[in-house]
Each structure stands twice: as structure tokens, then as C-alpha cells.
Design a protein around this ligand. Structure first.
Ligand SMILES: [Zn+2]
Length: 411
């Protein structure tokens, strides 16, 4: 169930994910957390209180008497225990893409593409992702149109066109192209600094740009108030990213321990997008890629756990991103949590990468990333404690409700 910008919504005695053994009374008004207070009492039996005392406790800690009378009928009897977390943030999606190979998308008719894109937005939202940073391919006007036309309350941040090898044609060309991206309403610039699955393994770390071009893109973006995310599998472009002070490096499976230390010191975040490479490495998996490509993905996936380990050890800010780009993958976003956990993060750290860390990377900590008074009420309500889950599938299946705040254009 997706609840969009509720005028009024109250939870009585709900757990906040990550705060053990406490319950909270949470009031949402007009899409914001109006109050988040600890419940005074838990269970009559546990505290030795008389039966019937629990409601009193809830009233005492919740809304005022007058407010209670007014909202009384809307209060839900809680069935079972519930856990609330901030809405999850996927920092690396491709919501506009419908096919692994762009040539296949071009064969589809525009209406079919639009319907598929709308489905991608909705599937992402149903997975508990309330904010998505699109890492290329989606223009802000298209996003706004889909959100409005299909009534979807996903928060979408765009970077539009990606800057890759074809743009390594000097500063003047870059300036023209970047002005076009700014004009589209994008808040981010995406640099494809190295190759990806399309490049042979021995060449994948070679830079697509000269160092001067790279530095220019970052500076020009910063001068225009835009942030920069850098696709890099590793090598010298990670050094350039640190030097230029970009917001985040994506993928980075060949990150070294030394680079991780410098990223942490410079405040450059790392978004591993780890699960997609394992999916791509399986020739029989949902992407069913040709063996040449799935072999390259396998080598990337082999390196990834070490990169995540270095980042964790050195204290790099780790952000959650899936790089999911096809109908088979949109909606499975939480698989990334499971992969991060297998690569050495705890559930808590994995969830943080998708909430408070991600909000920091977006510079949106004042609005998103925590269940706290005054913040936007983007949230996910679970039927079980995600920290006790055996798999990311279990976390997904335990989602009872996704809540999103009204304002869609704050970022
Ligand atoms: Zn990507």
C-alpha cells in the first residue's frame, strides 16, 4: 500500500528501525513528521501494569486531548508489531531505460516506452524507494510528466545525458553540452570516466577524458550549483575524482585501499552498485547477457567485496545504488541490501547507506533520511524488524506500507 502525502496519520507504539526495545508515538501532518515521541509504557503485562493501561499511556504521550477527539476515528488498531524506517533512497537507477541494449529501446513505440517507464517508477516506489537519483537517460521534464500523469509520488532527481567517450572533444564542446543538461533541469552531472561492461577487462580502467577535460566538467558543474557523480571502475579517474571533489564515485570495484583512505578524507562518497554485476555475471540470469559480457561482469563482481571492505575500513561514506535499468529489475532494488551485507556490511550499515548516508550524499539531510520531527514523512513501514531478516527478500515481503510526503520538487 502506498500512502501519498497523508494529511493525518498516527502510529501508536511503533518501533523505529535501529532503535531496539523502544516504541514510539508518531504523528504525521501534511506530509511531515510532526512529532516523534517515545511511548512511556509498553505492554501492561511486561511492566506489571493493570490491563487497559496501555491506551492511557499512548494518550499521554501522543497528541493532545483535543487532537485525539478530532482524529480518534482515524487511529488504527495496530495489528501486530510494526517497524518504521525513513523512505529508502536509491542513488543509482535508470528509470527511463527499458532494455539492456539501447538499440532495443529504439525499436519500441513511444507509448509503450512511456508505459514501461511509468511501471518502473511504480515498482521502485513499491519496493520502499521513495527517492531515486537517476544516473542517466531520464530528463527532468519526462520525469515530471510521468509523475503527474500517472499520479506517482516518487521523488526523482535527474542527471539526464551522461558525459562519456563521445564527449571527449575539448572544453568548448563540453561547455555546450553541459549547458543543455543544465537547461533540462538536471541537478547532477554524470561522468562516465571509464568504460563498463562494454569494454574489454584490460582496458576498462583507461580514462575516457583527458585530466583537463575531467577537471573542467567538475568545476563547470560546481560553478553552476550542480553536483557530480562519476562512473569509474577504478584507476586514475578515482584519483581525479578525489582531487576535483566530486560527490560520489559509482561502481569502483577496483578501488584500492589507499584511494579509499583519500576518498574518506576528502568526503567523496562511494556507491558500489554491487548486486547488478552479480546479476549480469549469470548468463542464465534475468539479463541473459552474451558470455563475453557476463565474463567481464564476473570479474567485476569478484573484485567488488574487496572494494566495499576497503571503503568500510577507511570510513568512506557508502551510498545505496542499484543501477537497475530493465523491467525485470525495477522493484527488486532491496537485493542490493543483501549483496552489501554479503560483502561485509551489517543490515544496519546497509540500511544507513539507503537512508541517512544517501540523504547526506544528496545534501538533503534537513529533509530526508531520518524519522525525526520536521522532516518529510517519506517512510517505509515493515511487519518485522529488518535487522532480524534472513534475506533482503524477507525485508521486501515484510513491507506493510510506503509513505511519501507531498512536496516533490524540494531537491
Ligand atoms: Zn548506471
Amino acid at each position: 500500500m502506498i500512502l501519498q502525502a497523508p494529511e493525518k496519520k498516527d502510529f501508536q507504539g511503533i518501533h523505529i528501525v535501529g532503535i531496539p526495545d523502544k516504541r514510539f508515538v508518531i504523528s504525521i501532518r501534511h506530509g511531515k513528521f510532526q512529532s516523534v515521541k517515545e511511548s512511556g509504557e509498553r505492554d501492561g503485562a511486561v511492566n506489571g501494569n493493570k490491563a487497559g493501561q496501555r491506551n492511557e499511556a499512548v494518550n499521554r504521550n501522543g497528541a493532545s486531548e483535543a487532537d485525539e477527539a478530532e482524529t480518534g476515528e482515524e487511529r488504527e488498531e495496530q495489528d501486530g508489531e510494526l517497524w518504521i524506517s525513513p523512505g529508502l533512497i536509491d542513488l543509482h537507477t535508470h528509470l527511463a531505460w527499458t532494455d539492456f541494449d539501447h538499440a532495443d529501446q529504439l525499436k519500441r513505440d513511444p507509448q509503450e516506452i512511456e508505459a514501461m517507464q511509468a511501471k518502473a517508477f511504480e515498482a521502485t516506489l513499491r519496493a520502499g524507494i521513495t527517492t531515486a537519483r537517476d544516473a542517466g537517460g531520464l530528463a527532468q521534464p519526462t520525469a515530471d510528466y510521468i509523475l503527474r500523469h500517472y499520479g506517482l509520488p516518487l521523488r526523482v532527481i535527474t542527471s539526464n545525458g551522461m558525459f562519456g567517450a563521445a564527449d571527449a572533444r575539448g572544453i568548448e564542446h563540453l561547455q555546450v553540452r553541459m549547458n543543455e543538461v543544465f537547461a533540462s533541469g538536471a541537478d547532477w552531472i554524470k561522468i562516465m570516466a571509464t568504460g563498463g561492461l562494454g569494454a574489454p577487462t584490460e582496458k576498462v580502467l583507461e580514462p575516457n577524458f583527458s585530466e583537463q577535460e575531467f577537471a573542467f566538467i567538475v568545476k563547470y558543474a560546481h560553478d553552476h550549483g550542480k553536483k557530480v557523480l562519476v562512473h569509474s571502475w577504478g584507476g586514475v579517474t578515482i584519483d581525479w575524482s578525489i582531487q576535483a571533489g566530486v560527490a560520489s564515485v559509482e561502481h569502483g570495484m577496483f578501488l584500492t585501499a589507499d584511494q579509499a583512505g583519500r576518498m574518506a578524507a576528502a568526503g567523496v562518497a562511494y556507491v558500489p552498485t554491487a548486486s547488478i554485476y552479480r546479476i549480469a555475471a549469470d548468463p542464465k540470469g534475468v539479463l541473459a547477457l552474451p558470455p563475453l559480457i557476463s565474463d567481464r561482469a564476473a570479474r567485476a563482481a569478484e573484485a567488488h567485496p574487496r572494494a566495499v571492505e576497503y571503503a568500510k575500513r577507511e570510513g568512506v561514506l557508502i551510498g545505496f545504488g542499484t543501477d537497475y535499468a530493465t523491467p525485470a529489475l525495477h522493484g527488486s532494488n532491496l537485493m542490493e541490501l543483501g549483496t552489501l551485507r554479503e560483502y561485509g556490511l551489517s543490515w544496519e550499515e546497509a540500511l544507513q547507506s539507503a537512508t541517512s548516508n544517501a540523504a547526506r550524499i544528496l545534501d538533503a539531510e534537513q529533509q530526508l533520511g531520518a524519522v525525526a520531527e520536521g522532516l518529510l514523512a517519506d517512510a517505509v513501514v515493515f511487519r518485522q524488524d529488518p535487522f532480524q531478516a534472513e534475506s533482503s527478500r524477507q525485508i521486501l515481503d515484510s513491507i506493510a506500507m510506503v509513505l511519501t510526503a507531498r512536496e516533490g520538487s524540494l531537491l
